[in-house]
Design a binder for this molecule. Sequence first.
Ligand code: HSE
Length: 366
Amino acid sequence: MPTGCTSDFFIGPKKQNSEESFSYHIVLRLILIGYGVIGQGLSELLIARERELSSSYGLNPRVVGIADQRGALMDPRGINLPKALEAKRKKGSLSLSGSDYHKGMSATELLRSVEGEVVVEMTPTNLRDGQPGLLHIESALRSKMNVITANKGPLALAMPVLLESAKYHGVHLRFSGTVGGGTPILEFGKTCLNPDKITAIQGILNGTTNFILTRMEQDGKSFNESLQLAQELGYAETDPSLDIDGYDTAAKLVITANWLMAKRSTIKDVSITGIREITQKDIQRARKKGNAIRLVGTTEGDHLTVKPIEIAYTDPLCVKEALNGIRLISEFVGEEIVIGKGAGGLETASAILRDMLAIRERLVSG
Ligand code: HSE
């Protein structure tokens, strides 16, 4: 049995003579906290990919708890996900899914009431004090549960401490979905470039503002019309001022710089300007010069900055719509640019699945 696996969640080695590339099947019991666009997207993926996760990756996820704002569902044998998803989508409440439902039960109570290997924290980002996500993550780590989070608040405010806590408690903290949605920006910079060293980062890291700027530029839409569209498409934060005032980009810049450049920064270290003041006039003036206006997060030496700047249309970083793009400057290779969808429930959920596979690998390798 792999180190770190209890008999509860270890199924056993693969069948003899099997073509499978993995050595063990692992059951990971998941506790989902937050059941909005991302939580529901994750459920969809878990349902759709159940067989493939098992047969191709040796991973058998089992959701044993789900908490939303109204209460919590639990079932140690595994919640019926299609029913939970249907209840939430059609009636707005998990209570109608048929499993053991506790009205008013908080996420922290759920964490005390059900055992699991991985807590997936997906509550809305709060950049003022990180709550309630920060509390959820701290509680889970203290209880020696691995954590995957799509919530930027706790990391933007306390990433160095949280990483130390995970190390101290001997568990993993993964957060691929916090930067770039489903695009593996953090993994690319962290592992694919080894042993190169990243010296600077320049990124368009917020899908909502990029979408707004693109719509204003291409259709002449107003700022407010474009924002409304971004909200309808599910790109914007619950509080969209986090997007348009630059805080979301700043949070992602902090997470990226800490992870890829071994910084120990928080969002308080970032100088931030958003896009509220950008007018059609500014956009058209830039356009005449062959430039677009984009909200860009940059590391400049020890300084972290977020502000709207002009970028040439010919620069590959000048992405459109809700895309994200990041330019990494590294010592040996020079410049690399990663581009991909930066927001959306399913996209972010796919990053959570990647994190799950990474945790599985680490548990198997001990
Ligand atoms: N509101 C964020 C964005 C969602 O627009 O990029 C993804 O983090």
